[in-house]
Ligand binder design. Sequence first.
Ligand code: FES
Length: 295
Amino acid sequence: MTPGTVVQGNEDRSAAAGIEMDEVGPIIEKHRKQRGGLIAILGDIQARYGYLPEPALRMVSGQLGHPLEEIYGVATFYRSFSLAPRGKHHVCACLGTACHVRGAQRIVDELERKLGIQAGQTTPDGEFSLETVNCLGACALGPVVVADGHYHSKVRKSGVGDLLERAAQGGGSAEANGAPAFVLNACCPRCQSRLEESGHLIENHPAIRLDAACRGRHGWIRLSSVYGSRQIASEFPIPAGSVVEFQCPHCHIALPISSRCWECDAPVASLQIAGGGKWNLCCRRGCPQHLLEIS
Ligand code: FES
């Protein structure tokens, strides 16, 4: 099937869902030859529409030549994908073991009570969606709630109202919203050099400086040191979905790869946290997976 081909009957569904199929084709083309391309395609579609509309999934299936069930299998396996439109604000509470033992269920109960919905539902006005997950990768900071991408650590039942209010007001970093930012001091795991640059701030904190290589280009990259933030600055544009190789700017040795990302199968690089522990980062631009291992 050639690019731009629309599965028969898809036009009607697209119109009904308000989906511009013209926008899906280029997304598929952009990632179709990459390793882990399907995840990147679904990620871009989700970013564009806020969920994975059925007509778009049919088009992905048709153009990649994968059975629709397989596409749905991937789309339903990863919690970051949604098959239904989400609310304007997305709240995700962790019910994993570390958060559970610190009272996460009480936080979820309070979120459900305040929003008047159950986890997995969207408020009738379309403002909030609530979900639970089994780990958000910040176990030492539990109970953890992520609202519109901002991490809230050590959440208390009495703080749930504020958290929702801040989400409703929208935007800003966790710290700007009044919640404490969890700032990481990172070192190179090879030469132990500190990686913060006090002269370059991202979100009011010294950025973490690394060297990056991607698609034949090399240059500096600065990551926000605020855990949960995805803000970066880089010397050259790094397209969403591409995989970056990180090097220490002091010893010029590549960061060690600790595993593969369970979300997108890209390599996961490790930084050492000053004071003990590791910060594992997925090397794919745009993938939200990062995990703290505090020791
Ligand atoms: S168990 Fe909640 S962040 Fe890991």
